[in-house]
Structure formats: C-alpha cells, structure tokens
Design a binder for this molecule. Structure first.
Ligand code: HEM
Length: 223
C-alpha cells in the first residue's frame, strides 16, 4: 500500500500517524465522507504545509475500508499483539456483519546493531465480507439503483444490461450466489452471466431464472 511509507500507525512521519488522525475525527459525524474524499483528492493544510498526494485510482470502496480501519485506531482498548504464527479470531466473538472488514496489520522493529539503527516495517491487509452490496456496482448499463429500507439494490431492466464490481480477485473463488427478489414472479425469464473483467471477457458462470410466473429462489453459480 502506498500509504505505508508515508503514514505510520502510531508515529508521525511525512504524514500524520493514523492514530492521531483517528483521534482528531473521533466525534465528527462527517469524518468518513471527508477523509475518503481527502485520500482520493489529496491536499494539505490540516496537519501542516506538506500536501498529501492524490489517489485518483484508489476505488472509493477501498478508501472506505482503509478509513474504517484508521478510525478503529481511536479506540484506546488496543488489541494485544498476536504471535508471529497462529489463528486470528476474525470477528472478535461478535456476530459477523455484512459490511464488516477485517484489517490485519503486522509490524516489526529489529534490535539494530553497533552503528546500525533498528529497522522497522509495517504492512496491512484488509479482508472484506464475502457479501457484496450491489450499491457499489459501477459501469451500469440499463440497471438503476435504489435504496429500500437502507438496503442498496439494483433494479433488473427488461433489456440486455450489465454492471461491474471492481477490485475483486476471483482466482480462489469456487462459488458465487446471487440474491434476486421481486414483488411478483416474473413473466419473462432472465439469464444472469458472470464474466471476468468485462462483458466480453471470460465467461465464468451462468444462472437461469425461469419465467412464466414461476416462483424462484436465489441462484448459486458454481465455477
Ligand atoms: C492510500 C494511501 C493513503 C492514505 C489511506 C492516507 C490517509 C490520510 C489521512 C486519513 C489523512 C488525514 C487527512 C486530514 O486530516 O485532512 C492524511 C493526511 C496526509 N497525508 Fe496521507 N494517506 C495516504 C497516502 C499518502 C501519501 C502517498 C502521501 C505522500 C505525499 C501522504 C501524505 C499526507 C500528508 C502530508 C497529510 C497531511 C495533509 C494535511 O495537512 O492536510 N499520504 N492521509
């Protein structure tokens, strides 16, 4: 991650430490929107004269995940450091939530030696939930978005249509499920197809939703 050499978790370097950022915006209800926008667009003046580089290619969903992790650093109750090998309790004994993110951060500082100062490094990975809200769909052709009771849905159009979901590595994925809901069973059938990279890319799977007013359940795609 590009942020790594510039921001450290706990100490100031070129940019402010993520713990300081988390504390500064702890009680600010607009913090997520503001910080996501700032990371993507860059800028200066809040922590000093040095400007943060813009990250126009960072998907907004990734920026939100990183900011979610940054905000978690404001909790004073720090998790105890884990051993170098072992198991992670992914949900910290809380129920898993659909938009939950597990951020694993690893860092070390060695002891250095005569005339060699201690070296340190840090990296973090963020693993998101395996449930994807279609609210993050991009490149929509014919599809429209709507929100029902806080859930962000896509309306399936009558015409041939497509949308994409960015930044998902499908290489180890063996199964995908599609959740389709309707007020009345559909008279016409639908075929949903899953392609890699673009609608002209490699076809991974296809799921037929029967028409004729038949009731149908959710579909599983086996790769
Ligand atoms: C994806 C990677 C990055 C993330 C997630 C990130 C995140 C942040 C956040 C949340 C802030 C606080 C913003 C505010 O309070 O207004 C910030 C500020 C800052 N960042 Fe980054 N940053 C990243 C990469 C970089 C890079 C590559 C640079 C090097 C130029 C940089 C330099 C700075 C500086 C100098 C500030 C202070 C800006 C100010 O005073 O307004 N950051 N960063």
């Amino acid at each position: 991650l590009i942020a790594k050499p510039v921001h450290k978790e706990a100490d100031k370097s070129i940019g402010p430490s993520f713990t300081d950022v988390a504390k500064k915006y702890k009680d600010d209800p607009n913090a997520v929107t503001y910080l996501v926008n700032k990371v993507i667009k860059g800028g200066s003046g809040v922590w000093g004269d040095v400007a943060m580089a813009a990250h126009p290619n960072l998907p907004e969903s990734d920026a939100r995940q990183i900011i979610g992790w940054v905000q978690s650093l404001a909790n004073d109750k720090k998790q105890k450091s884990l051993p170098a090998a072992g198991k992670v309790n992914a949900t910290l004994d809380k129920p898993a939530i659909d938009n939950g993110i597990l951020v694993i951060s690893a860092s070390y500082t060695d002891k250095g030696n005569n005339n060699i100062k201690p070296l340190s490094d840090q990296t973090l990975v963020s693993l998101r939930s395996n449930k994807i809200s279609l609210g993050i769909a991009k490149n929509m052709k014919e599809y429209t978005r709507r929100t029902v009771n806080g859930r962000r849905l896509l309306t399936v159009p009558a015409k041939e249509a497509s949308f994409s979901i960015d930044s998902i590595d499908l290489s180890l994925i063996r199964k995908a499920s599609l959740i389709v809901e309707w007020q009345l069973p559909s008279a016409a059938g639908y075929i949903f197809e899953l392609y890699l990279d673009s609608p002209t890319g490699q076809k991974l799977a296809s799921f037929d939703l029967p028409g004729g007013g038949k009731q149908s359940t959710n579909g599983d795609y086996d790769f």
